[in-house]
Design a protein around this ligand. Structure first.
Ligand SMILES: *Cc1c(COP(=O)(O)O)cnc(C)c1O
Length: 425
C-alpha cells in the first residue's frame, strides 16, 4: 500500500468481536490469562498476547504498526511523548561510561536532555562543531553508541545530510538515530538514506491538531547488533532483568525495538494512554493532505517575508537560494515542512512588537498544528541556554519561528502584514 492508504488502514482489520471500523480504544490496564500456563507462556514470550498496558496495548499496537509501515521499519514503540521516545532511544544503546555524538542544532528539550541530564547519568553527549560528516566522525570512539541528528532541525530549519552521517557512523559500527518529527514520513524517509532508528514527537505534524502528547521510536531492523558485540553487549548477552533473554537471538532484526519495550518502557513506564493513541491516529489519517498544504502555505509565507522591506533575513530550506535547498531537494523533494524563521530589521525590540501584534498566529511553544503558531525561541524554548549555547543551537535573539498552519493563505498573510506594520509603531 502507498503511504496515504497505510496512514488510514495500516495495522488494523475490523476487530472480530464487534466489527468496529474505527480502531477501538482499549481502555484497560490488564488482560486476562486463560490459566496459569497461559500466563507463564505470555511472560516467557512463547505465545503472542497482552499482559499489562504499561508494555503493550492493542490500540497502541495499531499506531505502532502504522508508523513502522510508514517509515519502512520492522517495528515501533509508542510512548507518552517525544521526549520519552528520545530518552529511551538513547538509553537503549548507551549506559554509564558511554557517549553519543550529536549534531549541534537540536530541539531545545533534546538539547537540555543531552547537555545537562544524560551527562549526570554518566552518558556523555559530544556535540559536533557543525553538521558535517567530518565533524561527527572525529568525535566517534570505541565508547560511542549512537550518532544523533534531526532530519529538519527545530527551530533552525537546517537539513541534515542523512546519508553522509550514516556512512561515517556505520564505518565505526555505530547506528544513526534521526528525529524525523518536522519532516514526517510524508516528506522524508530516513531509513531509505541509511538511518537505523527514527524518533518522533507525534505531538506535532503527525497528530497535527495540537491536542495530544505522544512519541514513538521506529526501528529499521537494518543495523547488525552482532557485528561489534563488544560495543553492544545488551543485545548479545543474557538480559538479567528479563529472564536471561538474548535479544539478538530471540528477536533477530527487531532486537532493538523489543529491548526498548521490555527494558526501558517496562521498567520506567512512559506509556502512551490508548485514548491519546486514538487521537494521534485520527490526525495521522490526513497527514499527507495536511503536509501538502503546510508546505504550500510555508513557501508562500517565506516569499512574502523575503520581499518585505522590514524583514532582515528569512531562513526556510524550501527557498531555492537557501543553503539547505539542495538537501531539501535530495531528501524531501524540495518541500521543507512548515517551520520557518526570520528576523526583523530593528532586532529584538521590533521582533517583540511584531510578536505581540499577531492575531491569527497563536503565541505559544508548539509546532505542527493545523493552526498557525509563532514562537520567540530566545525567550522560551531556548531560554535555559546561555547566549553562546543559543548561538550554537542556531537561535538568534531577534529570531521569530513560525509554524505555518493550513488556514487560507490570504488570512495568514494578512495577519503577518498587520503585525509587520505594528512592529514599526
Ligand atoms: C517537540 C519536539 C520534541 C519533543 O516532543 P514532545 O512530544 O513535546 O515531548 C522532540 N523533537 C522535536 C524535533 C520536537 O519538535
Amino acid at each position: 500500500m502507498k503511504d496515504e492508504t497505510i496512514a488510514i488502514h495500516g495495522g488494523y482489520q475490523s476487530e472480530p468481536t464487534t466489527k468496529s471500523v474505527a480502531v477501538p480504544i482499549y481502555q484497560t490496564a490488564a488482560y486476562e490469562f486463560d490459566n496459569a500456563q497461559h500466563g507463564a507462556d505470555l511472560f516467557d514470550l512463547a505465545v503472542p498476547g497482552n499482559i499489562y498496558t504499561r508494555l503493550m496495548n492493542p490500540t497502541n499496537d495499531v499506531l505502532e504498526k502504522r508508523l513502522a509501515a510508514l517509515e519502512g521499519g520492522v517495528g515501533a514503540l509508542a510512548v507518552s511523548s517525544g521526549a520519552a521516545a528520545i530518552t529511551y532511544a538513547v538509553q537503549n544503546l548507551a549506559q554509564m561510561g558511554d557517549n553519543i555524538v550529536s549534531t549541534p542544532q537540536l530541539y531545545g528539550g533534546t538539547y537540555t536532555l543531552f547537555a545537562h541530564m544524560l551527562p549526570r547519568q554518566g552518558i556523555e553527549v559530544r556535540f559536533a562543531e557543525d553538521d558535517s560528516p567530518q565533524a561527527i566522525a572525529k568525535l566517534i570512539d570505541s565508547n560511542t553508541k549512537a550518532v544523533y541528528c534531526e532530519s529538519i532541525g527545530n527551530p533552525a530549519g537546517n537539513i541534515i545530510d542523512i546519508e553522509a552521517l550514516s556512512l561515517v557512523a556505520h564505518a565505526q559500527s555505530v547506528p544513526l538515530i534521526v528525529d524525523n518529527t518536522v519532516a514526517t514520513p510524508a516528506l522524508c524517509k530516513p531509513f531509505e538514506h541509511g538511518a537505523d532508528i527514527v524518533v518522533h514527537s507525534l505531538t506535532k505534524y503527525i497528530g497535527g491538531h495540537g491536542t495530544t502528547l505522544a512519541g514513538a521510536i521506529v526501528d529499521s531492523g537494518m543495523f547488525d547488533w552482532t557485528a561489534d558485540r563488544g560495543r553492544f553487549p545488551q543485545f548479545n548477552q543474557p538480559e538479567a532483568s528479563y529472564h536471561g533473554v538474548v535479544y539478538s537471538e530471540e528477536f533477530g532484526a527487531a532486537a532493538y525495538i523489543a529491548r526498548a519495550r521490555t527494558v526501558s518502557l517496562r521498567n520506567t513506564g512512559a506509556t502512551l494512554a490508548p485514548m491519546n493513541s486514538f487521537l494521534i491516529m485520527q490526525g495521522l489519517e490526513t497527514l499527507a493532505l495536511r503536509m501538502e498544504r503546510h508546505c504550500e502555505n510555508a513557501i508562500a509565507v517565506a516569499h512574502y517575508l523575503k520581499e518585505h522591506d522590514l524583514v532582515d533575513w528569512v531562513s526556510y530550506a524550501g527557498l531555492n537560494d537557501s543553503p539547505f535547498y539542495p538537501l531539501a531537494e535530495r531528501y524531501m523533494k524540495g518541500k521543507a515542512s512548515s517551520i520557518l524563521s526570520f528576523g526583523l530589521k530593528g532586532g529584538y525590540a521590533a521582533g517583540v512588537k511584531f510578536y505581540d501584534a499577531l492575531n491569527l498566529f497563536k503565541r505559544l511553544v508548539n509546532i505542527g498544528d493545523a493552526k498557525s503558531l509563532a514562537c520567540h525561541p530566545a525567550s522560551t524554548t531556548h531560554r535555559q541556554m546561555s547566549q553562546s549555547e543559543q548561538a550554537e543551537a542556531g537561535v538568534k535573539p531577534e529570531m521569530i519561528r513560525l509554524s505555518v498552519g493550513i488556514e487560507h493563505i490570504d488570512d495568514i498573510l494578512a495577519d503577518l502584514a498587520q503585525a509587520l506594520d505594528a512592529s514599526q509603531a
